[in-house]
Design a binder for this molecule. Sequence first.
Ligand code: PLP
Length: 450
Amino acid sequence: MSREDRLKQLDKAHVWHPFTQMSEWTDPLVIERGDGNYLFDTDGNRYFDGVSSLWVTLHGHNHPHINRAITEQLGLLAHSTLLGLANVPSIELAAALVKLAPGALNRVFYSDSGSTAVEIALKQAFQYWRHQGQERPHFAYLDQSYHGDTLGAVGVGGISVFHEVFSPLVRPLDPEMRVATPATFRGGGRQRRGWGECAELSLAALKGLLERRAGEIAAMIVEPVMQGAAGMLSQPAGYLKSVAELCREHGVLLIADEVATGFGRTGRMFACELEGVEPDFLCVAKGLSGGYLPLAATLTTERIFEGFLAPRKDGRTFFHGHTYTGNPLACAAGVASLEVFQRERVMEQLPSKIEHLAGRLASLQRIAQVGEVRQRGLMVGVELVQDDTWRAFPPEAFVGAKVCQEARAEGVILRPLGDVIVMMPPLSASFEELNLMVDAVGSVLRRLFA
Ligand SMILES: *Cc1c(COP(=O)(O)O)cnc(C)c1O
C-alpha cells in the first residue's frame, strides 16, 4: 500500500473530523505542506488556500519572518504558565495589541480559541456587574450568530443546525435574548425586503428588548459587520454603530466578537473601526497568530478591569484560566505576524485588492445560480440559488458542498456554509490568485449548471 493510501486509511479509521458527517467521509484530501498562499497534498498537488485554512492564515504559509520568530522562541522557551509568572512574548504581544485595538481597550486576557475568548468576555461581564451589586444573568445576542462551540458560546449562538441539539444544556434559556438580525427579516425569493428596512426592524427589536430588560442584561455580543458562520451575512452600513449606541444608552456592555473579522479581513485592522465603534470587550483569535498556532485574547477596558480589584479576601479575583494561556510560541508568532503587517505594508495594499476582488466577483453575477454576493473586504459569501427568482436549493442537494468539492480539481480549496460559497483568501493573496479563486467557482458553476 502506498504511503498516501495508508494515511487515508488511518485517517478514516481514527480521526473524527469537526463539523463533518463521518458516514460520508470517504476520500480524505491529506495536506502535507504549505507555502505562500498554497497548500500541497501528499501527492504533491497544489491548491490555493481560498479560506485561509478556516479563516486563520493572514500572510501565507511557511512565512520566513514568522517561522524565524517561532524558531528563535523555541530555542528559548516553548511554554511557561501565566498563573503566577509572566513571560516575554505574552507581554510584548499584549502591548502591541492594545495599541492597535479600537477605543480604550487596555487589558489583555489570553486563551487558546475563539470560543474561549468569548467565554471569558461573558464571564468577565457577568462578574463585573456582580461586583457592582447588580445581578445580570442574561446576554443579548443576534439570531444566526456564531460565537464558538463551548457551552457558554453555544448559549449565545443563533444557528439552529449547530446549536439546537445542545439547547437543554445551555443557559441562558431565555428566548427573548435572541434578537432578530437584519437577515431574519429578509424573506425569500423575489419578495425579499431591502437590507436597509431589515436593519431598521432589527434595531427596533433590540431597542424593545433593552427598554424592557436592560437591567438583567450583562452584555450584548455581536459579530461586527459580517456574521461569518451564518453564511457571510453582512450588516448594512450604520447598523453596528446603532447597536453600540443602543447598548450604551441602556447601560449594557458591548462584546465585539472579531474572531473572524479581526486583523485586516474587512480592510481595517478591526471591523469596529469601520463604524467608529468602541466596544467594552474585543474577542480575537483566528488570525491573531497569523494562522500558525492556537491563540486567542479577550481585550477589555480599564473600567471593567478595575471592577475586579480588591483585597484578595473580598472574592473579586477572576478565577478563570487555561493551561496554555499566554503560550510563548503562539505569542511570538502573534508578535511576528503584527510585524509582518508593518514590514510588508499589508494594510496599505488591501484597498486595491478588495476593489480588484469586487470587480472579479461581478463577473459571477451573470450566472443565473448566483444570488447575492456579499463582500466586506476580503470576506465574501456567494449565495447560490436555483435561478433568477432567488429560490433556494433544497438543502439535501448539498449544492454548496458539491461546488467546493469540484473547485479542488481547479486547484482551489474552499469550504461552503450551506449553499453560500465562502471566500476568505489570505491577505497576502495577489490579484492573479484572487482571479484564480473566483474563476474556479465560475467555471465549476458553469459546468454544473450548463
Ligand atoms: C470561528 C469563530 C469563533 C470560534 O473560534 P474557535 O477558535 O473555533 O473556537 C467565534 N466567533 C466567531 C465570530 C468565529 O468566526
